[in-house]
Design a protein around this ligand. Structure first.
Ligand code: DOR
Ligand code: ZN
Length: 443
């Protein structure tokens, strides 16, 4: 039994922001003492159904934020098959370090998560790791080949919470339409990696002035946006549940806004790196900036920010994509796409959006906890009584230099390596179990 006192509670689902306290019992939130309310020890013990002799652990949060654990719907954990980059254990340690108590593990592993046994494997490995809750995403098509649909109903029964061929776009409109139809039987969203191969070609960065100057092959913004348009139309026609991954262009934002206004069952996410870095950051010697979809123009960035602020885009997600040092040391042309993000994303977003752009902290929690829980039907996302005690105690003043040694992830492909960031989780609980405690270090 735990009483976390003197914390700034943030719970956008209940519209709460202010100093209060919270009681945890049997892995769940037993009582939320809202701002302005009082609770004495006798009352707390009564809530917990305990007598004075039983141990009640009291923790002074020192005025730090306490919010529901973040839920990241876009994570590449690489297990099975590419454990040199990451595995479910290292990835879930990285997750809790970054404030994520639930993560969705993408299906583009080797082998691809397209069978019942593989879905169960990911789920069980997540449980064994005992850190964040790991929810498997199953593939839409067998082997991510874009030809034959997986057995979605069976995969859902095994524990899949969504379907995606992320890493590749599904080129056949007919197949994607069918996928939306079949996914309806499961109630799970289809997460679309919107990329038209004929337009993307062999491109390695966004097509524009910078790609021309660097002599790198470009990917036009339309490679993403034509697929957003197609998928939104198909979701509208079928009534399927669609989630657009890593939105990165202004046209995509415009299309999503229009589709939502027309009543399409559609949600979308933005990745922090698309808000924080642009095509202008790309350098031939820095493959860390090679991501798919590629870093956008400054104009796109403003549209992404506006889309997040006006509710067009309801989720933040990392697209944590770990790669080894050797792979990322290759020339820009040859290196794989992807940024390592779980442990730096919240601090980076805090600095850019909360400190610089004056976005309210509760908006960040809405985008990264409440909304993902709602959209994907997951536990958590709120401090409501009875909800699982998936909690983050967050110190907005905590500063830290990111180094290869400090990262829990097996990979270091982050643009923040060697840099200092501010605003980190200091304690994290999943189902009432303390899975991260950094207070000892700096207290
Ligand atoms: O940058 C990316 N990396 N984008 C993707 O869509 C896939 C991912 C990966 O798996 O490395
Ligand atoms: Zn993707």
């Amino acid at each position: 039994m735990l009483w976390i006192k003197n914390v700034h509670l943030l719970d956008p689902m209940q519209g709460i922001s202010g100093i209060g306290s919270l009681l945890v019992k049997d892995g769940r939130i037993a009582k939320l003492v809202k701002p302005g309310e009082e609770l004495n020890t006798t009352e707390a013990l009564a809530v917990l159904g305990a007598d004075e002799s039983e141990a009640l652990c009291q923790l002074d949060g020192g005025g730090n934020y306490l919010f529901p654990g973040l839920i990241d719907v876009h994570v590449h954990l690489r297990e099975p098959g590419q454990e040199e980059k990451e595995d479910i254990n290292s990835g879930s340690r990285a997750a809790v370090r970054g404030g994520f108590t639930s993560i969705l593990a993408m299906a583009n592993t080797q082998p691809v998560i397209d069978h019942r046994a593989l879905v169960e494997f990911v789920r069980l490995q997540g449980e064994r790791a005992g850190k964040a809750r790991v929810y498997p995403v199953a593939a839409v098509t067998k082997g991510l080949e874009g030809r034959e649909l997986t057995e979605m109903v069976e995969l859902k029964a095994a524990g899949a919470v969504a379907f995606s061929d992320d890493g590749r776009g599904i080129q056949s409109a007919e197949l994607f339409r069918l996928a939306l139809e079949y996914a309806k039987l499961t109630g799970c969203p289809v997460i679309s990696h919107c990329e038209d191969d004929s337009l993307a070609g062999q491109g390695v960065m966004r097509k524009g002035l910078t790609s021309a100057r660097l002599g790198l092959r470009g990917i036009p913004a339309s490679a993403e946006s034509v697929m957003v348009a197609r998928d939104a139309l198909l979701a509208g026609e079928t009534g399927g549940k669609l989630h657009i991954a890593h939105v990165s262009t202004k046209e995509s934002v415009r299309l999503i806004r229009a589709a939502k206004a027309a009543g399409v069952d559609l949600s979308a996410e933005v990745n922090p790196h698309h808000l924080l870095f642009s095509e202008e950051d790309v350098q031939l010697t820095e493959s860390v900036y090679k991501v798919n979809p590629p870093l956008p123009s400054k104009e796109d960035q403003e549209a992404l920010f506006a889309g997040l602020m006006d509710g067009t885009i309801e989720l933040l997600a990392t697209d944590h994509a770990p790669h080894t040092w050797e792979e990322k040391a290759k020339p820009f042309d040859e290196a794989p796409f992807g940024i390592n993000a779980l442990e730096t994303a919240l601090a980076a977003v805090w600095q850019e959006l909360v400190i610089k752009r004056k976005v309210k902290p509760e908006k960040i929690i809405e985008l990264w906890s409440a909304n993902p829980a709602r959209r994907f039907g997951l536990a958590g996302g709120t401090l409501k009584e009875g909800a699982p005690a998936d909690l983050v105690l967050f110190d907005p003043e905590w500063r830290e230099r990111i180094t290869a040694d400090s990262l829990e992830s097996k990979s270091q492909n982050t643009p923040f390596l060697g840099k200092e960031l501010q605003g980190f989780p200091v304690m994290v609980w999943v189902g009432g179990k303390l899975v991260l405690n950094r207070r000892k270090v700096q207290d």
